[in-house]
Design a binder for this molecule. Structure first.
Ligand code: FAD
Length: 414
């Protein structure tokens, strides 16, 4: 049986980004995704806003978001991934919130984000003339930027494929055991796979996959976020993302322009047991619609054209669960709850460094490394199809994220 350096379990934004990073550096990598499509669970129902982590407290999450600040925009540019450098206004709607705006800036400074600044009511109105007149002032956060959060992982996974990685869809990891020479044999719905190291990026099923190795140190607690999407009108009525004052538990309901100009309100934060129920609820959708029209009265004359929901892979604790178990040849990348789009490139780099420095696993595919250096390989290019797929170098990927689907089909007039 062919042996791989790593098996990446799960083709969400985290798994796809790790696959890319490792393949690019010469690791013989294979990604197994249980669903027919990549990016079809947590990663297909998010806001897709790249954050600097200006308000983050959890140590591992913060460290990775700090590292990702530089990587994100560089990568979006390198791979032509659409993003909108809008920034966000965190708006004070009450005198108490106005008094606390400075604390948002202080907190951001503590975590190394220094470009936030406060705006008066008048200045805010100059920048966002259509915002409700009840807004009393704001902090501007320049680094918050919507990205096409479907195209990003798909482009990277596809680039990995072109560099020689394997991607198996409809391939569920069901069990596994270690051989006498410490390799893993993973049992999957498409047959056994041999690997030196397993990387668990199974998102909403991270604890189940973890149990293949050992009793999971975390339990997944899904948290639903619902959204409404208004027709494309950002160019006329909204320049930036509008954030409410956050609570300790949630950043609250945002109003933001998608990369393609739709205006989106959400997400909610609702704990639930189901790992798959992504239904929206009519009364919640009405509340979100009313909220959006209150914040931005110009939306009263604009149509809601879609709704969607996503499930965050929350756990019993707030921080990420990123654990290198060298004795068991297993890396856990679990509970990447609500900032995975923003942190994934740094997570991927971290995993590669761990493989090299802690697992002492050298890339076995030296050919790919020199191939990359020669820069003579095929570059990813894409075409949007009316069927709701994107074709890249002859491969088809179904657009699973509603914002990407609406945006890409509209942009390409399909
Ligand atoms: C409502 C909401 C809003 C969000 N907003 C933002 C935001 O604005 N900015 C931001 O940075 N992040 C945001 N996030 C967070 C981000 O979407 C997540 O952190 C990220 O999607 C987690 O990715 P993942 O790859 O860990 O999980 P997933 O995307 O769920 O991927 C895991 C994959 O593993 C597969 N899998 C599971 N079990 C197996 C198995 N046994 N065998 C094979 N495959 C398996 C699954 O099918 C799935 O495809 C938001 C999330 C939600 C839900």
């Amino acid at each position: 049986m062919e042996k791989h350096d790593v098996v990446v379990v799960g083709g969400g934004v985290v798994g796809c980004t790790i696959l890319h990073e490792l393949t690019k550096h010469g690791y013989r990598s294979i990604l197994c995704e249980k669903n027919p499509e990549l990016v079809s669970e947590a990663s297909s129902g998010n806001s897709g806003i790249t954050t600097t982590g200006y308000d983050v407290d959890e140590p591992i999450e913060l460290q990775l978001l700090q590292k990702a600040r530089k990587l994100n925009e560089e990568t979006y540019q390198k791979y032509n991934i659409p993003y909108r450098k809008s920034g966000a206004h965190l708006v004070a709607w009450t005198q108490d919130e106005l008094d606390r705006l400075q604390s948002v800036i202080d907190k951001a400074h503590e975590v190394g984000v220094h470009d936030l600044y406060q705006l008066s009511k008048e200045k805010l109105r100059q920048r966002e003339p259509h915002l409700s007149h009840d807004a009393l002032g704001a902090v501007f956060i320049p680094g918050e930027m919507p990205v096409d959060s479907w195209l990003m992982p798909i482009t990277l996974a596809h680039d990995a494929l072109l560099r020689g990685a394997k991607i198996l869809r409809n391939c569920k990891i069901t069990n596994g055991y270690r051989t006498s020479n410490d390799d893993w044999i993973l049992m999957t719905t498409t047959g056994p796979i041999r690997t030196a190291v397993v990387i668990n990026c199974a998102g909403l099923y991270g604890d189940n996959v973890e149990n293949i190795n050992q009793s999971s140190p975390f339990q997944i607690k899904p948290r639903k976020g619902q959204y409404v999407v208004f027709e494309r009108c950002a160019d006329e009525v909204l320049n930036t993302a509008i954030f409410p004052f956050p609570t300790k538990i949630t950043r609250g309901v945002l109003l933001f322009p998608s990369v393609y100009g739709h205006i989106v309100a959400g997400p909610t934060a609702e704990e639930q047991d189901s790992r798959s129920d992504r239904s929206t609820n009519p009364s919640t959708i009405d509340e979100l619609t009313d909220y959006a029209r209150k914040v931005l009265p110009a939306l009263k004359h604009r149509k809601v054209i879609a709704t969607y929901a996503g499930l965050r892979p929350g756990t019993n604790s707030k921080d990420y669960h990123i654990i290198s178990n060298t004795e068991r040849s297993w890396i856990t990348v679990g509970g990447i709850r609500s900032t995975g789009v923003s942190a994934s490139l740094a997570i991927a780099q971290h995993v590669r460094e761990e493989l090299l420095n802690k697992f002492h696993l050298k890339p076995s595919n030296q050919e790919e490394r020199s191939f990359d250096a020669s820069r003579q390989r095929v570059k990813p290019s894409f075409r949007v199809l009316p069927s709701g797929h994107v074709e890249m170098n002859g491969y088809k990927y179904k657009i699973t994220h509603p914002l990407s689907r609406l945006g890409l089909l509209a942009k390409h007039k399909l």
